[in-house]
Design a protein around this ligand. Structure first.
Ligand code: F6P
Length: 385
């Protein structure tokens, strides 16, 4: 009888529930026992009340819900070996050695460290167990400790952890997959907001600076700029030369000279100039007010982008990925390296989790080293979507 657990970790994204639902229902259909881990890695460390058996109906009517019904939390203790060891103990006490992690690159990297360490956790638990058994021969004092540890049989049965990752993030910043769960919905949210702004901007002949999320990734900014006919775009992977204020004013003024009544400027929250210095929405606004005497306003979309109902695309993507994750786990052995479920040319596939994490980190490194050409090239896959 196979048992698996599913958790969501890091920032939430629309469609995570569809992935959880799919993991639960496909597991049950295949006779696999499935557990929810509430509040991400925090729940894995806390155990007991946080790890609960899921049934078919627990996930009814969750496809349409944004966020994650099983909760998520940024968890510092999971960064420590001690924390991860507690998580191992909690999992095996429930007979779980299969795990689906739905989260961003940080959460998936953490999951891989957990998996690599797992056999050493088991050894240590067994060693402690023997030690406690020894103490037991001198009296019943340590009986409660003994009951918390594991025996030879259990240690053999749970000698490795099978792990599969699914990328849930509005940022679409993960190498290996064309789309991450939530990015499509976030893009819809941004475009809805810009569409609303356009009518008031038109009336007042204003310029709006729209600040969008994405952390270091310009995907949401690039796509929304293209789809709303923005006049200017600032992203991290394509830093503006230091004369950007002149270029910005030229573009904006040219549009106005041709009768355009409004301008839309998209600023990604991670935008920088060619020296690597931040370009903020405030800076952009000040340039337009000071140099062109424009009536400019800033709208920071913030977490609105991460909320609300998932799009049809994200529901379908997440459902397909969830089902694939379960199949992957069922095929896993001690020798199988951890996988991440990806979308490649509209086909759901799995790839080496660590290879994908490595190339995602390479983009981050290129950005840090100000090698923006390389960063943009590496982003190619997702920007083409
Ligand atoms: O990674 C998703 C994301 O929404 C980023 O776009 C943004 O920079 C960050 O999370 C915000 O994090 P928090 O919700 O912790 O403020």
């Amino acid at each position: 009888n196979v048992t698996l657990a599913v958790l969501t970790s890091g920032g939430d994204s629309q469609g995570m529930n569809a992935a959880v639902r799919s993991v639960v229902r496909v597991s049950i259909q295949l006779g696999v026992t499935v557990y929810f881990v509430k509040e991400g890695y925090h729940g894995l460390i806390e155990g007991k009340a946080y790890i609960t058996k899921a049934n078919w109906y627990d996930v009814s009517f969750t496809l349409n819900l944004g966020g994650t019904i099983i909760g998520t939390k940024r968890c510092m203790p999971f960064m420590t070996r001690e924390g991860r060891m507690k998580a191992t103990k909690n999992m095996i006490s429930l007979g779980i050695s299969n795990l689906v992690v739905i989260g961003g690159d940080g959460s998936l990297t953490g999951a891989n460290i957990f998996r690599e360490e797992w056999p050493s956790h088991i050894n240590e638990l067994l060693k402690n167990s023997n030690y406690c058994l020894f103490l037991l021969t001198f009296g019943n004092k340590h009986l409660n400790i003994r009951l918390e540890e594991i025996d030879e049989e259990t240690s053999k049965k749970f000698d490795h952890l099978n792990l599969v990752g699914i990328v849930g993030s509005i940022d679409n910043d993960f190498s290996g997959t064309d789309m991450t769960i939530g990015a499509d919905t976030a893009l819809h949210r941004i475009l809805e907001a810009i569409d609303s702004i356009v009518s008031t901007a038109f009336s007042h002949q204003r310029t709006f600076i729209m600040e969008v999320m994405g952390r270091n990734c310009g995907y949401l900014a690039v796509k929304s700029a293209l789809m709303c006919e923005a006049d200017y775009l600032f992203i991290r992977e394509w830093p503006q030369k230091l004369d950007w204020p002149e270029k910005l004013c030229k573009n904006v003024q040219m549009a106005r000279n041709h009768g355009k009544r409004l301008n839309i400027i998209i600023v990604s929250e991670g935008a920088v100039d060619s020296n690597g210095n931040a370009i903020t929405s405030e800076m952009v606004k000040n340039v337009l007010v000071d140099r062109l005497n424009q009536d400019a306003r800033i709208t920071v979309l913030g977490h609105v982008q991460r909320g609300g109902s998932p799009s049809a695309f994200d529901r379908i993507l997440a459902s397909r990925m969830g089902a694939h994750a379960v199949m992957c786990l069922l095929e896993s052995t001690a020798e199988t390296e951890p996988k991440v479920v990806c979308l490649n040319a509209n086909t759901i596939v799995h790839q080496s989790l660590m290879e994908c994490v490595k190339s995602t980190m390479e983009i981050g490194k290129a950005i840090e080293e100000k090698d923006f050409d390389r960063a943009l090239k590496l982003r190619g896959q997702s920007f083409n979507q």
